[in-house]
Every structure is written in structure tokens, then in C-alpha cells.
Write a protein of this length. Structure first.
Length: 436
């Protein structure tokens, strides 16, 4: 007699499981009757009613990568950046916008092209060589905003406009701008950016209202690098790494710091992680909550100014890197990634969580919060794979069909994640949708 309640409980549990929208179901999958005849499709873990236009749109999701730009084999022999790199944005009409940097051996540098389209793509040239650090954003009027640096002149370039009308201009050529230059837009169309100037070791913040010129403000000074920026409800959030020491030739001691402010004042910086192994970070703002994601890294220099560096890096990776470390070769050094970490609650540290550890992870984590408040992260995985996670659980998985070097993450107005990556032969930039 005691078995009856257990059998009944088991049957009810099964019924509830069938009625739940299962994880991993492809985006737009028809909901299976007779569980619930009113359900039309699964979308972001929820059952969407029949007849809802979101089901029709979701069913159109195609995970096959789209090639947005291709270069010939000669240009793919990069001197510095391994063929191609880029930044990705998507507007409210589903148009893809890419700022592409293609290494060009003939010119000894890297050219900049702005690419846009859906199935077919157009492009214009902005800069003929020597570029790096691409950033992109698109506003509600489909005006694109672009940022990149020239690594020989150490100048910072900003470009804006629509399609063929996009024009570039120098906005700082006096402060030796060489590293990551993040870019963000606010709800009123204001443009926000940040960059580190080697000339005076100053982290600067720039801001402009629509139709006006940039104003620049000094934020914090020191041996800093890799700033990231996010804007929410009138507040600008900045994170960056600070070099603490360089004790030997195997590892740079770095800390992750955070500050926030506006055009008039900035809070005193606080350290989110002083473990010494902090790599480049990403910021995600959801309501009043600030999360920082970053790689735990170790650097392995290769010594001879990048000549034959792929061979050297492979040798170093096999002999001279701690266990549980994934090594990615970048120019004249190897970057060993030991994991991806999340710090929640900046400026106070409410919790620190390891999202994933090596050997599955690579580097260059990106984070985006979509219009529904759902969090998405992506980063380079081992063996030319891309790792992605979303939702409150943030369970990482490999993006199927995407083989190459991860470059950027964007999310459309329906919450669909898009991955920009460079092919393994360095000849094309491609975009793949994550259908879930």
C-alpha cells in the first residue's frame, strides 16, 4: 500500500517534467502535445503560446555561420594579428554591423573595413593599414559608431554615420593609445568610450551628446590596461587591470579594479580581484547589479620578436606551462588561461564564482545583457572552439558548428545571441546565431 503514493508521485513528476520547457531544445521547436495544447514553441526556457509571433520568428533561426568578409590567402599571412579580428553589433531591424580588421602582409599592417547587411553584405574601407582594437555600437536610427587605434601612430580614431556615409576622424593623437578601447551608447544616443594613454599612464573617459564634440576626462593613473565600459541609467561603469609587479619572465602580477561615475565625478577605484592572474574583463549591468567577468591568465613570452612564434608557442605550451592551463598563441607570447571567473556586486564583492576551468577555456570573455535582462557570455575555448552560456545558471557549452577564433558577442532585440569569429585559415570573418 505504501507504494501507491510513490507511484503517484513519480507519475506527477514525469508529467511536470514533460510540461517544462526543456533545456537545450532548439529555438522555435514546436511544443509537444498532449502536454499542453496551448504551447506553440520553446523560447529561452519558457513555453510561448500558439499564435505568438515570437514562435514564427524563432523558427526562422538558422545556426549556420554567415561569411561577412573574406580576404585572399596572401592577406591572411598576418604579421601581427593572425589574419582577421573584428567587433559585432546588431540593430533593431536585424541588420548586422561589423568593424573588421584584416592583416595585410603587403602593407605591413592591418586595414579597417566597415561591413553591414543581413544575407548579403556591403563594405567600405576606413583605414588602409596598422589598425587594431576594434569596437562598435549602433543606435536606434541605425547610425553606426566605430572606434579603433593605429598601432604605429598610436592615434585613436572614431567613425560614425550610416552605411556608405560613415566617416572616420582622429580624436586623440597625443597620448599613445595602444590598448583596448571600449565603446557604449546610452539611451539618449550619447557616445561613451574609454582608453589608456601610455604617454602619461592615464585612463581617460570620453563622452559626446548627439551632434556635439567629444569631451575627455582623466579617471585614474597607473600601469593600467584593457579597460572595459558599460553605461546604465546615467552611470558609467569602468573596469580595468592594474599591474602590481612583474616578478619574473613567466607571469605578470595584475589586479582587476572598478570605478563608476559620470562627466563630472568618479568614485575611488576598488579592487575586485588582487589574485595576480587577472586577464581582460567584461562588464554586465542588469538593473542596479554590476557583474564583472574575466580570465585567470598567465603569460609565457616567446622571446624573438614573434618570428616563428606559432612553433615556439607550441613548444612552450608543451613544456613550460602549469597543469590545467589552456595556452593560446598571440604574437610573441603565449597566453595561458586557467579559467573564467565572475565577480558579482561591484563595487562591493558579493560573490566570486568560477564559471569554467581549463582545459576547456581560452580567453577574451564577452558579456551582454539583453533587453529582457537575460545575461549572455561567450569566450574562446580550447582547440578553436567557442564557449557560450546564458541565463541565471550560466552553464557553458560549446557552440556547435563554430570552429575558429572567437572575436565578439552581440544579442538582437529578441534575445538571440550572435557570435563573430575568424575562420581557422584566417581568411574570413563569420557570424553564427545561437538558436535556443
Amino acid at each position: 500500500m505504501r507504494l501507491l503514493p510513490l507511484l503517484k508521485l513519480s507519475w506527477v513528476g514525469t508529467l511536470l517534467l514533460l510540461c517544462a520547457c526543456p533545456g537545450g531544445v532548439p529555438r522555435g521547436t514546436p511544443y509537444q502535445e498532449p502536454c499542453d495544447a496551448s504551447c506553440g514553441c520553446c523560447l529561452q526556457g519558457q513555453c510561448i503560446p500558439k499564435g505568438d509571433v515570437r514562435c514564427e520568428a524563432a523558427a526562422q533561426c538558422d545556426p549556420s555561420p554567415k561569411t561577412v568578409l573574406t580576404i585572399d590567402a596572401g592577406r591572411a599571412e598576418a604579421l601581427f594579428f593572425g589574419g582577421q579580428s573584428g567587433a559585432l553589433a546588431v540593430d533593431d531591424w536585424g541588420m548586422l554591423h561589423v568593424l573588421a580588421i584584416s592583416a595585410d602582409k603587403e602593407h605591413g599592417g592591418a586595414a579597417v573595413e566597415y561591413v553591414w547587411g543581413r544575407e548579403q553584405f556591403a563594405k567600405i574601407a576606413l583605414h588602409d593599414k596598422d589598425a587594431s582594437n576594434p569596437a562598435i555600437a549602433v543606435d536606434g536610427d541605425q547610425n553606426v559608431h566605430l572606434l579603433y587605434t593605429d598601432f604605429f601612430s598610436d592615434a585613436l580614431f572614431y567613425a560614425s554615420g550610416r552605411e556608405q556615409a560613415v566617416k572616420a576622424q582622429v580624436i586623440d593623437d597625443a597620448n599613445m593609445v595602444r590598448m583596448r578601447t571600449p565603446l557604449a551608447l546610452d539611451a539618449k544616443g550619447g557616445v561613451h568610450l574609454a582608453y589608456f594613454g601610455f604617454a602619461d599612464e592615464m585612463l581617460r573617459y570620453g563622452w559626446k551628446a548627439p551632434g556635439e564634440a567629444f569631451q575627455f576626462h582623466s579617471v585614474v593613473q597607473g600601469k593600467l590596461s584593457d579597460p572595459v565600459l558599460a553605461v546604465a541609467e546615467g552611470t558609467v561603469h569602468l573596469a580595468y587591470t592594474r599591474r602590481l609587479a612583474w616578478p619574473d619572465d613567466k607571469k605578470a602580477e595584475t589586479a582587476l579594479e572598478y570605478t563608476s561615475g559620470n562627466q563630472r565625478s568618479w568614485a575611488s577605484p576598488v579592487a575586485l580581484d588582487r589574485s595576480g592572474d587577472v586577464g581582460a574583463a567584461a562588464l554586465a549591468i542588469s538593473g542596479s547589479r554590476v557583474d564583472a567577468f574575466y580570465n585567470v591568465e598567465t603569460m609565457v613570452p616567446l622571446g624573438n620578436n614573434g618570428l616563428d612564434w606559432e612553433k615556439q608557442c607550441a613548444e612552450v605550451a608543451s613544456q613550460d606551462v602549469p597543469e590545467q592551463t589552456t595556452v593560446e598563441c598571440k604574437g610573441g607570447y603565449g597566453v595561458g588561461s586557467k579559467g573564467v571567473v565572475r565577480v558579482s556586486g561591484a563595487p562591493t564583492v558579493e560573490s566570486t564564482t568560477t564559471i569554467e576551468q581549463a582545459p576547456a577555456v581560452g580567453s577574451d570573455v564577452k558579456a551582454v545583457v539583453d533587453a529582457q535582462g537575460r545575461l549572455h557570455i561567450a569566450y574562446r575555448g580550447a582547440d578553436n572552439q567557442v564557449r557560450y552560456a546564458s541565463g541565471p545558471e550560466l552553464t557553458p557549452r560549446t557552440v556547435p558548428g563554430v570552429i575558429g577564433r572567437f572575436e565578439d558577442l552581440a544579442v538582437d532585440k529578441d534575445g538571440r545571441a550572435l557570435i563573430l569569429f575568424s575562420s581557422t585559415d584566417h581568411r574570413s570573418l563569420q557570424v553564427a546565431a545561437i538558436c535556443e
